[in-house]
Design a binder for this molecule. Structure first.
Ligand SMILES: Cc1cc2nc3c(=O)[nH]c(=O)nc-3n(C[C@H](O)[C@H](O)[C@H](O)COP(=O)(O)OP(=O)(O)OC[C@H]3O[C@@H](n4cnc5c(N)ncnc54)[C@H](O)[C@@H]3O)c2cc1C
Length: 404
């Protein structure tokens, strides 16, 4: 196993890092100003468009997508680039057209879409002309178990009729989110994992209704297009909008979530690095009881623990990426679950301690820490709560083994 970045990964990562420091980090206060100037507006802000144009010009675009349709990077090559973007979760992933949920939706269309679906939806997503949402979670069912899903997709001649209610559809408050991938049941009597299907629902279809935005610890996440509750009131879409076949929804969801989870973890490492860097700067600047905070034993311990946790978890993320590249996503399932639990937990603690070192400033919006905390805390629920992954990982670990 050799996880060192090869020359391609090294070169792109260095360019991404330069782009981050020269363009993205200085753009964060500009984004704040543009958001404040238009409090009711969920559309992509001009500063994001500017960054996207610059990133495209520098070929820092669609780097997440392996294979010939994307930038062609392997997961192992993409990992350090994604980590760089995690320093500014608000701006860098979207600047590079590498932000969830569009990335997962593009992967679904790339891997399972028909040529017509690709032309209509994948191409404008790849050029960031439109945005998209993924609508799986429902207010009325425990959605960590996707077999619970209640939304119905009924065949009616050469159409399907979609009926149900979804929430936490990230990005859907953005009016540019033109297409929703909706998961529902086509056959509630089929085998448990063959009841679900996925279908493309254009947002302008009659019967699609945005009910309300949801906030995360009070943050509206307008920089990500927010999170919406959406009603699908007997929405009629052409049968050709079904992705793959009836009953394939569960398998597509599994395929979508693997890469999505590792991308979250790659970026979260960068977020942890930023929190450690902020902690270090503050600890050196601030003095209490006759010495700098950096000279206090407990702060040193926090810094040391943060460092070795990030180093160890980075290796596990890289191993997972390498396994996905060499053995396939399915074979990397155990590792994907492990990092999905371990990385957000560790980064949450790192950010929490960085907040503590900042004192009251840490819980204010004068530093990015509070918002970073909200993001990484919700990651312990989004894309499957910790407990679901722990249960499955534990079951695999406790599988009877040959006697020693
Ligand atoms: C910021 C954010 C963005 C999101 N974006 C999207 C999106 O774009 N699209 C989308 O469809 N969804 C999205 N979600 C929703 C997310 O994927 C779901 O919230 C998640 O799958 C859990 O479903 P639930 O909320 O219904 O929790 P439930 O299924 O009700 O579970 C509640 C709790 O029960 C416990 N639990 C569940 N199963 C087990 C078990 N096997 N063992 C032990 N305990 C268990 C866990 O503690 C869990 O947190 C997002 C969520 C957040 C917070």
């Amino acid at each position: 196993m050799d996880f060192a970045p090869d020359s391609t990964a090294h070169e792109i990562t260095e360019r991404a890092r330069t782009f981050l420091t020269e363009h993205v980090l200085p753009a964060e206060p500009i984004l704040d100003q543009q958001l404040a100037a238009a409090p009711e507006d969920w559309a992509v802000k001009p500063i994001v468009r500017d960054l996207q144009q610059k990133a495209r010009d520098e070929s820092l675009w669609n780097l997440f997508l392996p294979g010939e349709n994307g930038a062609g990077l392997t997961n192992l090559q993409y990992a350090p680039v994604a980590e760089v973007t995690g320093w500014s979760q608000r701006l860098a992933p979207v600047a590079f057209n590498c932000a969830a949920p569009d990335t997962g939706n593009m992967e679904v269309l790339n891997d399972f879409g028909t040529p017509a679906q690709k032309e209509q939806w994948l191409e404008p997503l790849m050029s960031a002309e439109i945005r998209s949402s993924f609508c799986m979670t429902e207010p009325d069912t425990a959605s960590s178990d996707a077999t619970n899903i209640g939304t119905r997709i009924r065949r009616d001649g050469d159409h399907y009729i979609v009926s149900g209610r979804k929430w936490w559809s990230t990005g859907a408050m953005n009016p540019d989110a033109a297409i929703f991938i909706v998961m529902g049941k086509t056959d509630p009597d089929a085998d448990r994992h063959r009841q679900q299907s996925m279908i493309l629902v254009p947002r302008d279809s009659p019967g699609v209704r945005t009910v309300r935005p949801l906030s995360v610890f009070g943050y509206d996440d307008r920089d990500h297009g927010g999170h919406a509750e959406i009603a699908f009131d007997d929405v009629r879409v052409p049968a050709a909008n079904l992705i793959a076949g009836e009953g394939d929804g569960f398998a597509i969801a599994q395929a979508r979530l693997g890469p999505g989870r590792i991308h979250h973890c790659m970026r979260a490492l960068g977020t942890g690095e930023r929190a450690l860097a902020l902690m270090s700067t503050r600890a050196n600047e601030r003095h209490a009881f006759g010495r700098s905070l950096a000279e206090q034993g407990v702060v040193r311990e926090w810094a040391a623990e943060g460092r070795f946790q990030l180093e160890a978890l980075r290796l596990l993320v890289l191993k997972t990426a390498w396994l996905m590249d060499t053995a396939g996503n399915r074979q990397a399932m155990t590792e994907i679950q492990a990092i999905k639990i371990a990385v957000p937990r560790a980064v949450q603690t790192i950010i929490d301690r960085a907040i503590q070192v900042h004192g009251a400033a840490g819980v204010s919006s004068d530093t990015p820490l509070a918002e970073l905390y909200a993001g990484v805390r919700s990651l312990r629920i989004a894309d499957g709560p910790d407990e679901v992954h722990l249960s499955s990982l534990g079951r695999a670990e406790l599988r009877p083994r040959p006697s020693l």
